[in-house]
Ligand binder design. Sequence first.
Ligand code: 5GP
Ligand code: ZN
Length: 117
Amino acid sequence: MFQAQNPDCLFCKIVKGEIPAKIIYKDEKCVAFHDIDPQAPTHFLVIPKVHIGSCGEINGTNSQVVCRCFEVISKVTKELGITDFRVVSNCGAQAGQSVPHLHFHVLAGRDMTWPPG
Ligand code: 5GP
Ligand code: ZN
């Protein structure tokens, strides 16, 4: 069943302000905030306010907020003066997803290797 917010979800709690975060940007659809455990000199997350579990739950009904997330990534990186960066979304435990609310990691400020681990 569709849930705008999941009461047990960590990132829904950040959206609602129940858990503090270093917010960089927010609008009616998305929030960007610094990762609590940065893996690069710049590491922030962009999430939809609505609860979507992962990339595997994106569909024709909710994909507009995903487009907005990428607009936010473009806007925030420009504002931070970042031209080179990596966007990652882990989907599922085997891929390394630990928080089951769709999020896009934005990493910058160091050399990145490929393939990722
Ligand atoms: P995942 O492992 O699901 O791809 O990414 C989840 C990310 O959320 C991790 O990079 C982790 O450091 C970050 N994270 C987990 N809990 C919190 C929190 O309470 N606040 C913030 N700002 N980031 C968190
Ligand atoms: Zn959530």
